[in-house]
Design a protein around this ligand. Sequence first.
Ligand SMILES: NC(=O)c1ccc[n+]([C@@H]2O[C@H](COP(=O)([O-])OP(=O)(O)OC[C@H]3O[C@@H](n4cnc5c(N)ncnc54)[C@H](OP(=O)(O)O)[C@@H]3O)[C@@H](O)[C@H]2O)c1
Length: 322
Amino acid sequence: MRSSGLIPLIQPLVMSGASGMGEEKTILITGANGLVGHRACGYLRKTTPGKIIGTSRGEGVNVDLVSNLTDPADVDRIRTTTHPDIIIHTAAISRTDVCEQKQELCFETNVTATANLCEAFPEAKFIFFSTYAVYNTPVGRCDEECITCASNYYIKTKLEAEEHVTKLADHVILRPSVIFGYVNHHQNSKNYFMQLLANIRMKKVMQSPKDQLFNPIHVDIVVEILKRIIESDVCGTFNIGSNEDISKFEFNRHIMEKFGFNSEYLEGIDSKLLTVKRPTIGTISSAKVQRELHYEIPPLEKMIDALYTTSNKDVNRYLAES
Ligand SMILES: NC(=O)c1ccc[n+]([C@@H]2O[C@H](COP(=O)([O-])OP(=O)(O)OC[C@H]3O[C@@H](n4cnc5c(N)ncnc54)[C@H](OP(=O)(O)O)[C@@H]3O)[C@@H](O)[C@H]2O)c1
């Protein structure tokens, strides 16, 4: 049996096999090798009666179908071999620095692939992963009505992809804050926490902005929210993040303290020194998703505790490898 590594916060639901999803549905999850896609495949396979089909560009434990979503022929092959009721589209070039350097690849992956899927599956419920960084206001705490503005190329592609998704009758756009979690490092995912570990492993001092605020959220809370979305009839746009605002420096400091990492590897800086621009006050309000799903996002401290409990052994093994 595939191990879920699920955090204690959501374990009771898994144990009880609780599911409000009446009929069996087919759910296609793209980016099944990534942080969110991988975890969503594992969790939904355990907690929903539906058929879960994972797809990604490369092979992987949760990949049933290898496909390049920028290729219409591959998307057509998915269309003729699977008949999904729900699509959870997580595949993307998710690193802002890569998007700045390889804009054509970023556009193809983040916009063209999304458009290909929207065209191939106009009747499915389409759940799309955008980003919290689409907002850029001087005050933060943005709700879903806040004005959007692309401060870098990655955000520009996400906003353009959202335009394709909003044309679908049954769509959900998720705008998550930074999602953190441990992923086996042989997988290609370089999420926030894995980048932090990679730096520590290379004994590299991490420059972390003291003035950029955000609402990081653990990946297992994101997949719990996904489960509740597919069990409900909600549609529209939803922010997803912790209820507390924290600076990137403070968040890294908390994690490093919890794992017992040497604090000399962390240096607080002003975000003006960074090359890729991001909103400074990138804080969001996730009140709408919690209200509509009747779900309270746990405190950040509990999420960090859960990250430690579920990944500490793997992290130590990874750091010991050279
Ligand atoms: N992680 C965060 O902090 C965060 C925050 C806000 C929004 N988001 C968004 O949330 C989503 C999930 O994030 P994540 O961290 O799970 O991303 P991730 O770990 O980078 O995974 C993305 C996956 O997309 C797949 N992919 C890339 N190009 C593809 C293509 N042409 N065809 C098919 N698959 C392709 C990759 O597959 P292979 O590995 O098989 O090549 C990869 O596993 C993304 O859309 C991201 O932009 C993430």
